[in-house]
Design a protein around this ligand. Structure first.
Ligand SMILES: [Zn+2]
Length: 393
């Protein structure tokens, strides 16, 4: 979206952006930054106050002269509904307009039960969490789902872990209950957005790699999420590795990194080797106990992931690669082999300042990423201007 300059007349939406970002905190600031006349500033601020998006705060009187009234973005002026769906656990929450969670609930649900079961549960939970709050307060809905998502339509594709969700158009179903903008993205993109805004707001280029049951990545490039033409950017799980041994991947190709180095692949290989492992937690226990065979397999998985990441680092030149997901979080040896291979195999310039860090927000990045995604959309200058135009007069 082109950023408006002072040369074009700043709209109310742009004025809100300036107040929200802290670039302007008084009417005088707004006049200076936008070049708008005093009455024009007045009109736009009045509109935003009436809509509950901006509040005035009078500073304590200082000596000499009347203090200017400060303008603040009103984070309490509405809420957004968010849900981070994982393969086996889901968090549903209501957040304020600053993205702070006001109320939330965790579910251990199997998303494979399908949209007919899961979506009504989300809708009912949001209703419940909203309580007596007027439904007009709901400004938008943001969701992360463990599937590739055609972002513009909110349509799930080739679901990684939830076949019953393939081809589901989620927004119309949610809008039947909450008639507001509904944004749906894949789970790794929302993790990337959450970790970026929460931990690395000053870095413009970040790659979040989730190593869990599946392997996927979310890419922040130039300060924003990189979705590609339809939303499939960052699907590193289906990049093939060398010498993978000819493992057939669920996508139909052979030796995808997902099919040879994900949590699922590790469990399969360990079982083949005669280990009694049912869950990732069982593998973690073997790693902690220092089981040599398990450690070797985990290191090998890290090496394969590192090989694919080295290529991605060469293309994207991120400042930081964040490793998240339960496998990456639990397995030290996996992370060290990933680091080793990425530093060895990426170009010198791409790795000169590259940091490879564990996720600091962990699973919490999901909810916060969903909130940021929907708030950046519904509070964007264009969206605010449009909603002001559509207001009944
Ligand atoms: Zn594949």
């Amino acid at each position: 979206m082109p950023r408006r300059t002072a040369a074009t007349l700043a709209t109310s939406g742009e004025v809100l952006r300036l107040i929200r970002s802290g670039e302007a905190v008084t009417r005088a600031d707004l006049g200076r930054v936008t070049g708008l006349s005093r009455p024009a500033v007045q009109l736009r601020v009045a509109e935003l106050i009436e809509r509950g998006l901006v509040v005035e705060r009078a500073d304590a009187p200082s000596t000499g002269g009347r203090p200017p009234v400060r303008l603040e973005f009103n984070a309490a002026g509405g809420v957004v509904l968010v849900a981070a769906l994982g393969a086996s656990r889901t968090r549903v929450a209501v957040c304020d307009l600053a993205g702070r969670e006001l109320a939330g609930r965790d579910f251990a649900i199997d998303v494979e039960q399908g949209p007919d079961v899961v979506l009504p549960l989300l809708l009912d939970t949001w209703e419940d969490l909203l309580g007596d709050r007027p439904r007009e307060d709901v400004k938008g809905v943001g969701m992360g789902v463990p599937a590739t998502v055609e972002f513009a339509r909110g349509r799930t594709e080739s679901a990684r872990v939830m076949a019953s969700w393939t081809g589901v158009l989620i927004p119309p179903i949610v809008r039947e209950r909450f008639p507001v903008p509904v944004l749906v993205d894949n789970d790794v993109n929302v993790l990337a957005i959450g970790e970026h805004r929460g931990v690395y707001p000053d870095l413009d280029d970040l790659m979040f790699v989730k190593v869990s049951t599946r392997i996927g990545a979310g890419v922040i490039a130039g300060g924003g999420i990189l979705r590609g033409a339809l939303g499939a950017a960052g699907e590193i799980g289906h990049i093939p590795v060398r010498d993978g041994g000819g493992v057939l991947c669920r996508c139909g190709n052979v030796d995808c990194v997902d099919s040879v180095a994900s949590g699922t692949a590790l469990l399969r290989e360990l079982r083949t080797a005669g280990k009694d492992v049912k869950t990732i937690a069982d593998v973690t226990a073997l790693v902690r106990a220092g089981d040599a065979e398990t450690m070797a397999m985990v290191r090998e998985a890290g090496r394969r992931i590192g090989e694919v990441l080295a290529g991605a680092v060469n293309i994207l030149n991120p400042s930081v690669v964040v490793l998240g997901g339960d496998v990456a979080e639990a397995f030290g040896p996996l992370v060290s082999s990933i680091r080793e291979v990425v530093y060895r195999r990426s170009t010198a310039l791409a790795t000169r300042r590259l940091r490879i860090e564990p996720s600091r927000m962990g699973w919490g990045a999901g909810i916060s990423g969903c909130a940021v995604m929907v708030l950046d959309s519904v509070l964007s200058p264009d969206a605010v201007d449009e909603s002001l135009d559509l207001r009944p007069s």
